[in-house]
Write a protein that binds this ligand. Structure first.
Ligand code: HEC
Ligand code: HEC
Length: 366
């Protein structure tokens, strides 16, 4: 073959490969565009919330919530059809991160499981009330991890990383650590939609940019706020068994019944990992704060600071996945713990009950 023919063949091959890439990319873009254009079927929780906040596409937006509470509202810039769909998808993702209620996981998709390893996690488990937790009178609640209040605080200095973190990066941290998952691309529609929803919440609640509100973050409990000023594993285990075990399971690995989640994992493969701020040994003030304000479900605010810290200490010592930055060896070690610990615990419990081993310490009750 002459050199010209060889060159021609090579160039043709290159062009064909590039054309192939171009076709794939166009397909992907078309799929994304289709998703953006598809009418969103809301989860029941989101249907109720967005109806209450009067989300419709129009030139002007007035919040019924603000009108009802203050007697007047200033008209704000309204939302286009596309904005409304983004907000609706964002709400669905927070309410049902695993997309369990989605009928069609193709275009109707709000399924974010491709970014999450476990099968329990939903943002709404921690950012309760679909990121906007309120009491029976519509008052927002202190330390409830509100997403609207977080949006107006975004781009602020973050005390753990020492960085100015935009809202998208704050979400990413939760995808990676609190949800033990993967980092979505910064331009991914999942992040865009969650941001649209959170920003809408701040408009519906009339929260002002740059202000700090009580409902943002957690109402943290440092050891200095407890009488004993120390945390106790045994006390923690005892209270856990009394108040949490019915829902979260014996090893805190979560409970499922008939394919339905009774309560999410607090430890084990479906829980947050060791780089989440929920992990007691990383940040000791956040999990106790969450527990005191939000648990036991249906009897919130009934535990003492001491009890919340003791339980959090106990939970923090149960096996859970390693964080992304801890490397393969630590990851393997944690995996082994999660696999071998539960059967071991069951074994010791049954030997204890059958009295085979009198050498085992009796169950302590205080
Ligand atoms: C297991 C509990 C848990 C889950 C699940 C969870 N988060 Fe979080 N989230 C937290 C905690 C704890 C913080 C940190 C609060 C702090 O630093 O004060 C946080 C912080 C955030 C922040 C920043 C809030 C602020 O005010 O600075 C955003 C945004 C966020 N999460 C979004 C999400 C999204 C989106 C999901 C679902 C993919 C999610 N979170 C799932 C517990 C959770
Ligand atoms: C009546 C059942 C019930 C009891 C009792 C209960 N929880 Fe929960 N818990 C839940 C449910 C359900 C959720 C998911 C959040 C939601 O749906 O509001 C949850 C969420 C959590 C979360 C959020 C983290 C995650 O994995 O998503 C923590 C932490 C937690 N519970 C701790 C506790 C502790 C500690 C106790 C005992 C003091 C307790 N819970 C008692 C039902 C319960």
């Amino acid at each position: 073959m002459s050199t010209t023919a060889l060159k021609l063949a090579r160039t043709t091959l290159l062009l064909l490969v590039l054309a192939g890439f171009y076709l794939v990319v166009t397909q992907q873009h078309k799929h994304r565009e289709d998703i953006r254009l598809t009418t969103v079927t809301l989860t029941p929780g989101c249907a109720e919330k967005l109806r209450r906040y009067g989300l419709v596409s129009s030139d002007r937006y007035r919040s019924p919530y603000v009108l009802q509470r203050t007697g007047s509202t200033a008209p704000l810039r309204g939302y286009s059809d596309e904005d409304v769909r983004a907000i609706q998808r964002g709400c669905n993702i927070i309410d049902d991160t695993q997309g369990k209620q989605a009928k069609d996981t193709g275009n109707e998709r709000w399924n974010a499981t491709r970014f999450i390893r476990g099968t329990h996690t939903s943002c709404d488990h921690c950012h309760q009330g679909i990121g906007d937790k309120q009491d029976g009178h519509g008052n927002r609640m202190k330390g409830s991890l509100s997403l609207g209040a977080s949006w107006v605080m975004a781009d602020m200095y973050d005390r753990f990383t020492g960085m100015l973190l935009p809202f998208e990066l704050r979400q990413m941290q939760c995808f990676i650590n609190s949800s033990n998952g993967y980092k979505p691309n910064i331009a991914d529609d999942v992040l865009r939609d969650i941001t649209a929803y959170s920003r809408f919440l701040s408009a519906a609640l009339a929260l002002k940019i740059g202000n700090h509100y009580d409902e943002q973050g957690i109402d943290e409990i440092p050891a200095s706020d407890t009488p004993k000023q120390g945390d106790d594993y045994v006390r923690g285990e005892f209270v856990y068994k009394q108040k949490c075990q019915v829902c979260h399971g014996r090893q805190a690995f979560g409970l499922e019944a008939n394919g339905q989640l009774v309560a999410p994992a607090l430890a084990g493969p479906n829980a947050w990992n060791t780089q989440s701020r929920n992990y007691f040994n990383y940040v000791s003030t956040i999990l106790p704060g969450f527990i005191c304000r939000n648990m036991p479900l249906g009897a919130e605010n009934t535990l003492s600071n001491q009890e919340c810290r003791d339980i959090a200490f106990y939970i923090g010592n149960l096996p859970r996945p390693a964080g992304d930055r801890e490397g393969p060896v630590v990851a393997l070690q944690h995996q082994a713990l999660m696999t071998f610990m539960p059967p071991l615990m069951r074994l010791t419990e049954s030997t204890r009950k059958s009295g085979v081993s009198a050498a085992l310490p009796p169950e302590r009750n205080q």
